[in-house]
Design a protein around this ligand. Structure first.
Ligand code: 5GP
Length: 214
């Protein structure tokens, strides 16, 4: 049977919806490959270069754009974020499930280039809960929190372009990750992704029948 190429899974969500934790669970429990993005944002406490992000100066990032080293990039609250090309292309070639945790503009650019990509949007149960989570995180100033909420307000319009919306309820990260795992498994069974299996079955029957008939 011809090996199907891997799946590209895009995970977006409102800032504060907990997508980082969900994605970590997907990687740890199910072994998916997570793309590490490039950014011009300064590292937060505890963030490691090459693990959480590749941290770059603005000039370095613009070089990456010029060299076609990114499959998409976007500006988000004063900083650039982008997906390095090589990791994604090699992972898909090897048949892996590659996860991109990116914002909505990037997701739309991925959909244009990879029409088979699975687009999943993670949300909190309500806007109030999301705002409380963001304020409680304490990693950003009030001004940045408000700008992230403004961005969330704008992003709400883009949800319709996604294939799935998944709610990450407080304290239920495992459930959320399992739901996403189920989506990926179901998507793998789509006929369009299994065309070679159907063809191989047909060919197999033909061979068996012709040998049985002697
Ligand atoms: P944060 O600063 O909280 O780490 O990320 C801010 C936003 O940038 C999040 O919505 C995150 O999903 C998004 N993001 C992270 N990496 C990328 C990327 O490579 N491309 C795009 N388009 N967005 C990204």
């Amino acid at each position: 049977m011809t090996k199907n190429k891997g799946n590209l899974v895009v995970i977006s969500g409102f800032s504060g919806a907990g997508k980082g934790t969900v994605v970590r669970e997907l990687v740890d429990r199910f072994g998916y490959s997570l793309s590490v993005s490039a950014t011009t944002r300064k590292p937060r406490e505890g963030e490691i270069d090459g693990v959480h992000y590749f941290f770059h100066s603005r000039e370095e990032f613009e070089d990456l754009i010029r060299e076609n080293g990114l499959i998409e990039y976007a500006r988000y609250v004063d900083n650039y974020y982008g997906t390095p090309r090589r990791f994604v292309e090699e992972g898909l070639e090897e048949g892996k499930t590659v996860i991109l945790e990116i914002e909505v503009q990037g997701a739309m650019a991925i959909r244009d280039q990879y029409p088979d990509a699975i687009l999943i949007f993670i949300t909190a149960p309500s806007a109030r809960e999301l705002a409380d989570r963001l304020a409680g995180r304490g990693t950003e100033s009030e001004e940045v929190v408000n700008r992230r909420l403004e961005r969330a307000f704008d992003e709400a319009d883009s949800i319709e372009a996604y294939d799935y919306i998944v709610c990450n309820e407080q304290g239920k990260v495992s459930d959320c990750a399992e739901t996403i795992r189920s989506i990926i498994l179901a998507e793998n069974c789509r006929l369009s992704r299994q065309a070679s299996l159907a063809r191989d079955m047909k060919k197999g029957f033909e061979e068996i029948l012709s040998s049985n008939r002697g």
